[in-house]
Design a binder for this molecule. Structure first.
Ligand code: ZN
Length: 264
């Protein structure tokens, strides 16, 4: 594992376009168990014998499954079988359960920071990103949310801290604490950055839901109601504490910081 170049002169570095082909073929998750946090494993042939990075001979494996193979507790034959019928392609999604600490999650939406806030987005009475209290004492709060790129066209969802990306996406990467979903090359539809212990930063979003639009990136944030009423939060920092709802979107209005103890 440690050598960066093999006896045929092949470097470990895999070109991004080849990695993307491998991700797509494997359904963006471990071919054995479906976990979205993955490494690239040469199985046919093993890296030491490879003369090229052939996407057909490289599979996505999570750290745990990769470890079993590299320590001899699972074989490349198992990887090969799983690679022909990857877990995520059978299930339709890849996923990873986020292991957050137990303090109340802080959600940063573009440049707006929301602390102790119950619902981040509510569209026409429906919460689409919210934080529920822990089900048991001394366990994490539970984040649930839905992210759509067009009306009803789901990109990604979070169900009680499990991050779930559909395989129909053009590309999904989980790396550096960040999930990135691309619609095409250089076109990010959604980017969420997790920072331990319990911060989630929505750094890029472009979402449509029930006629509302939520759009934001490092330059600012814009929420638009079905009748085109819009609230913009620019590049200056904004903070809401102990709010019922961060962005309350109705047919004809958008409220930022609904029922808050503090905004500023
Ligand atoms: Zn696995």
């Amino acid at each position: 594992m440690s050598e960066t170049i093999n006896e045929h002169g092949l470097k470990r570095y895999i070109d991004e376009s080849i990695k993307r082909a491998i991700r797509k073929r494997c359904g963006f998750g471990c071919v054995i168990c479906g976990n979205a946090i993955v490494q690239y494993h040469h199985f046919a042939p093993p890296f030491k014998d490879a003369k090229e990075h052939n996407p057909e001979g490289i599979a996505l494996l999570c750290g745990s499954c990769h470890n079993e193979v590299s320590t001899g507790f699972a074989s490349n034959i198992k990887v090969s079988h799983a690679s022909k019928n990857p877990f995520c392609l059978r299930k339709g999604f890849t996923s990873h359960k986020l292991k957050m600490d137990n303090d109340y999650p802080v959600i940063v939406v573009g440049t707006a920071r929301w602390e102790k806030t119950v619902t981040i987005f509510e569209v026409l009475g429906e919460p689409i990103l919210q934080i529920e209290p822990p089900e048991q004492p001394n366990t994490p709060y539970l984040i649930t949310g839905l992210f759509c790129v067009q009306e009803g066209n789901e990109l990604f969802r979070i169900v009680k801290n499990e991050w779930i990306g559909l395989i129909k996406n053009w590309d999904i990467t989980f790396s550096g604490g960040r999930v990135t979903i691309r619609r095409k090359l250089h076109d990010i539809a959604l980017e969420l950055q997790y920072t331990p212990p319990s911060n989630i930063n929505i750094t890029k979003i472009d979402m449509y839901y029930k006629g509302a639009r939520i759009f934001g990136d490092k330059n600012g944030f814009k929420v638009t109601a079905p009748n085109k009423s819009t609230i913009s939060i620019g590049s200056s920092n904004f903070k809401g504490i102990s709010c019922h709802t961060a962005f309350l979107i109705d047919h004809t209005s958008v409220i930022a910081g609904y029922m808050c103890e503090y905004t500023g």
